[in-house]
Ligand binder design. Sequence first.
Ligand code: MTE
Length: 307
Amino acid sequence: MLIRRPDDIPPSEIADPAVYRARRRFMTQAGGLALATALPAARAAPASLGPLTASPLSTAEPATSRRAVTGYNNFYELGTDKADPAENAFRLRPAPWTVRVEGLVNKPRSFTIEELLKLAPLEERIYRMRCVEGWSMVIPWVGFPLASLLRQVDPQGSAKYVEFVSHYDKATMTRGVLDWPYLEGLRLDEARHPLTLLAVGLFGEVLPVQNGAPIRLVVPWKYGFKGGKSIVAIRLVEKQPVTTWMKAGPSEYGFYANVNPEVDHPRWSQATERRIGEFTKRRTLMFNGYAEQVASLYGGLDLRRNF
Ligand code: MTE
């Protein structure tokens, strides 16, 4: 990965949870616009997605500041510096948008964003996110479980993995750098896990382009790179997909990419992390602190070999 060591963002960047909650209450009470109408205006001003269901799967830890979450990004199609994706957001038009769900399914079909939003109630899920580069954030995502979408297409018995294809347009996006389109993958049971989210928003508002508008994958127990952005296709397949980062650096990036403090990246340790906005490093937790929910998925799997 074109990894840089984290630039520090000062503690003042952490959103005060009281301020953030008050703002969320206001937006919910003000009555949310439907994403369908909000999307064309997404670049002008973020639109509220309320009302949202609060999820028991959320962490109670304070959210990282909106400024850091939306200004310190990895989205290489829009540039390789952390500030590039926000600056180049105009290069990706998030509406209209469809997602094809295909491959080993009995009911393959395309969904518009409006159709996807009707599959399940939108939830706010506040997740710890850990990047392989050694920094972490707490992000209040808005989304729905990927499992709700998978149910619609009725996966066949032979489907074992799910591949996620991001939007790529060589006329407007970076050429070179990585093998485009950006591809990610999960095992089918990981994809069906209740923590696995398709996110359409953050901080109660429509997802900004730099964070993967209009829809992106969020898997909180894996390093951030598993969360493909601006997804246009989801394919159910029999064989383990070869993902973009596996192609770019097979000795550094494996298929699983579970947050695991015991397995170092070949060029640096993964034992600690810097939470954006904090001075002191924290110890990185196994599965990013979600071990209780997900460890059973990996019983019998050698996590050093399957890194
Ligand atoms: N998805 C696409 N399409 N392109 C990318 O470059 N970067 C990944 C992941 N998804 C990336 C992507 C990496 S390396 C990380 S750490 C996360 O997105 C960052 O998500 P965030 O910017 O919303 O925090």
